[in-house]
Ligand binder design. Structure first.
Ligand SMILES: *Cc1c(COP(=O)(O)O)cnc(C)c1O
Length: 360
């Protein structure tokens, strides 16, 4: 049987060795007689698991000491509310719009306070990230929110903004851990786990300490970063199993050689796939500006949209799963997260050529 490759945008493919380790440890974790699912979140076993996960994440991302790591719930979508609830403090927030997720983040923030859209790529023909010189920022903006990688649109930042004192807040749900990150250039970074980190149910927040404690009094306790930080993400029951699996993924990334190695591998995968799309003579096309083509999520269209369901069906038969595009944009999308092997991308490229030959 041919290997199967899963190109889902999320919940997405996990490293095989991690799944195998989970399987082995599932009924009896390290001789404890318990599954991780059955352990007290305050017991010594789980305390060790969450501490190791944080230590490994800190090592991977070289997180400076003045940043706190939080393991929360509610998905990246709850961060659309938590960010303004904690950081607006009666002031104005700035939003840079580069696709569907950053638009949703801004819309949610609008319910809670005053925000300014300081840049928007909606009116440019090629989907690109607006250059920082064109952002309409004021020095009194409490923060500036970006989506570092737009999972649906396939638009990724090719630079790290430098905002001279305005805290940069980044939704990195679909590209955190895909490359090294200069954490010290951000005020806050968040990511839902189910794209490139682990199973659904856990959201990572990395926040600079001086941004804690600005939430207004009526902000619900659980939505207050300062409370979560003070209680080391254990104010209430955290998503224990998801934290455990994410911890195994962090270990796997360290074993691969860390994020610089992953970045090289991810760049090779993306370059190969875009090259195949570009070489198809218009049979396949990607509409994102070259500099902002996502290394993680590659949306593309067939020259004839009517072929899309046939493509998906034949791809599935060939073991290439979940290539259907997002329901809002249609077309196709291949997600190339850390756990997608280079062989999977080459299998897809071979399939693209074969499909084009048969249907061109
Ligand atoms: C998936 C995704 C979200 C939403 O994540 P949920 O965990 O479903 O709330 C937000 N932002 C980006 C960039 C995403 O990829």
């Amino acid at each position: 049987m041919n290997p199967v490759y899963n190109f889902s945008a999320g919940p997405a493919v996990l490293p095989k060795p991690v799944l195998q380790q989970v399987q082995e440890e599932l009924p009896n974790w390290h001789g404890s007689g318990m599954s991780v699912m059955e352990m007290s979140h305050r017991g010594k076993e789980f305390s060790g698991i969450i501490a190791q996960a944080e230590a490994d994440l800190r090592q991977l991302l070289e997180i400076p000491e003045n940043y706190r790591v939080l393991f929360l719930q509610g998905g990246a979508s709850l961060q659309f509310s938590m960010v303004p609830l904690n950081l607006l403090a009666g002031g104005r927030g700035a939003y840079v719009l580069t696709g569907i997720w950053s638009r949703l983040a801004a819309k949610e923030a609008q319910r809670l306070g005053d925000i300014d859209i300081v840049a928007d790529n909606a009116h440019v023909a090629d989907h690109a990230v607006p250059r920082q010189e064109d952002w309409q920022l004021h020095k009194d903006h409490r923060y500036c929110h970006i989506a570092d990688n737009e999972t649906i649109d396939g638009v990724e930042f090719d630079f790290t903004p430098d905002l001279e004192g305005i805290p940069l807040v980044s939704d990195a749900s679909s590209n955190l851990l895909s490359k090294p990150l200069a954490v010290q250039k951000f005020g806050l970074v968040y990511a839902g786990a189910q794209k490139n980190i682990g199973p659904a149910g856990m959201t990572l927040v990395i926040v600079r300490e001086d941004l804690l404690g600005k939430a207004q009094a009526q902000v619900p306790t659980l939505l207050n970063y300062a409370v979560q930080a003070e209680h080391h993400s254990l104010y209430n029951t955290p998503p224990t199993f998801a934290i455990y699996v994410a911890g195994l993924v962090f270990r796997w990334l360290l074993d691969q050689g860390g994020l610089a190695v992953m970045a090289e591998r991810n760049a090779r995968k993306a370059q190969a796939l875009y090259a195949a799309i570009d070489a198809s003579g218009g049979f396949y096309r990607n509409e994102v500006a070259l500099a902002n083509r996502s290394r993680m999520n590659v949306p593309f269209h067939l020259h004839d949209e009517a072929l899309t369901p046939i493509f998906c069906q034949e791809a599935e038969e060939a073991g290439l799963l979940q290539l259907k595009g997002h329901r809002l944009l249609g077309g196709l999308r291949a997600s190339l997260y850390n756990a997608m092997p280079e062989a999977g991308v080459h299998a897809l490229i071979d399939f693209l050529a074969d499909f084009a030959r048969r249907h061109g």
